[in-house]
Each structure stands twice: as C-alpha cells, then as structure tokens.
Write a protein that binds this ligand. Sequence first.
Ligand code: CTP
Ligand code: CA
Length: 233
Amino acid sequence: VTARSAADDLAGRRVVVSAGGTREPLDPVRYLGNRSSGMQGLALARTALARGAQVTLVAANVALPVPAGVDVVRVGSAAELREAVREAAAEADVVVMAAAVADFRPETVVGTKIKKDDDGSVPSIRLVRTVDVLAELAHDRLRDGQVVVGFAAETGDADGSVLEHGRAKALRKGADLLVVNAVGDGKGFGTADNDVTVLDGGGDVVITASGSKDEIAHTVWDAVLALAGPRSA
Ligand code: CTP
Ligand code: CA
C-alpha cells in the first residue's frame, strides 16, 4: 500500500476520467442537475498522474481546482460529456466514468426564459432519456484492449442490497469493472470517506476498499492494472 503511489506503474498509459455532474438545460438560465462535486474523479486523475499516466479529465461542472499536468475538457450536459469522452477514449487505454451523468433531460430547451403565467398555472417538463455513455463505451470498445470502468452509487432498498443492485448493474453495463459505492446515511456524496466494492463484468467481487477518495482511486488503478495487458506504446 505504501509503495504503490511511488511506483510509475501507469507510465505509458493514457487514461480518461470523467468527473462531476452534468446539467441538462431547461431554458437559458435553468437546468436539471445533481450534487456530484467531482471529488472522486479528481482523485482518480491526481493519483493516475502520480503513477505516471497521461491523464485527460472530462470535467462536468467541476468547481474544484484540477491538478497541473492533467488535460482538462470542460463540458456541461450529458450530450457534451458523451462527445468529449468518446473523442478522448478513441486514444485511451483506460476510461473511468466517475461522472454523475443525467439519466433524463428536458425534451426541449426553451430559447427564452420560462415565465410565470398570471393564472397561477404550472408548466410541466417532459423528460427524455439520455444515452448511457458507459454502456455504449463497453459495447463499442473504441480501442483494442481498452479497460472500461464505471462507478455506481447505490442505496439498498426493498428490491435488494447495495451489492445486489451493484451486481445487476455490472451485468447490465458490460464494463470491465464497476466500482460500487454505498451512498446515503452521510456516505458518498461530498464526504471525505468512501466504502467501495469493485466488481468485474460478471458481478464478482474483485477487491474491496475503504478510506479517502485518493485511497479508493489507488485501489481502482490497482484493479485496472490487474486487468490491463502490456503497455501499448
Ligand atoms: N452513466 C453513463 N451515462 C449515463 C448514466 C450513467 O455513462 N447516461 C455511467 C456513470 O458515469 C456511472 C455508471 O454509468 O459510471 C453508473 O451510473 P448509475 O447512475 O449508478 O447507473 P444507471 O445505469 O444510470 O442506473 P440508475 O441511476 O437507474 O441506478
Ligand atoms: Ca443514473
């Protein structure tokens, strides 16, 4: 654990990390968003850089400082994120989808500010699904031998535990690794510490980890290296 951050074990690898949360516009001044801060994605970028990787960060509305040496592509919406990730992924050995990507967006973006009506009526917003970027990357395999990693924030519910939901998602997504993060009860979003279980594409546990977002990030890179073939160039 102490030696790994000193090692240049990601040297020669090109990695893409998405971070933050997308914003889906409603009108020129409003959007549907989420609470993702981008902290886990930034930790992934920082630790990959420290381990020698060439890092591209696709940052969706990240307000935190990005480490020097990381190539940053700033995006707003899920559609913009999809385009930027796919472009960077075409040249990447590893893609990690740590961003909170909207599942739905308003069907139409109104060109002018939505106003209140005098009669007290309330507008309804029609939503449509966005593209699942992770599932698409896992399906398309833009580059030979590319390792595709997803994150899943889960709470247990009446239908299953955190791990059961994680397993189902791993099977659904087709990614090589799915990092399952228990959220709720003060865990996950915006907090310093995480508990994660890394699953493979078949839903089996590869490794578990708890600790800071940097420690989680190192564990993710360890799991990626265990899967990745020899360096490409
Ligand atoms: N993801 C994505 N594109 C989307 C939605 C999610 O690439 N449109 C990615 C996230 O970046 C994450 C993974 O899919 O790596 C899991 O996201 P999550 O929200 O947990 O899963 P969903 O499939 O959206 O399922 P649900 O929100 O219904 O639990
Ligand atoms: Ca989702």
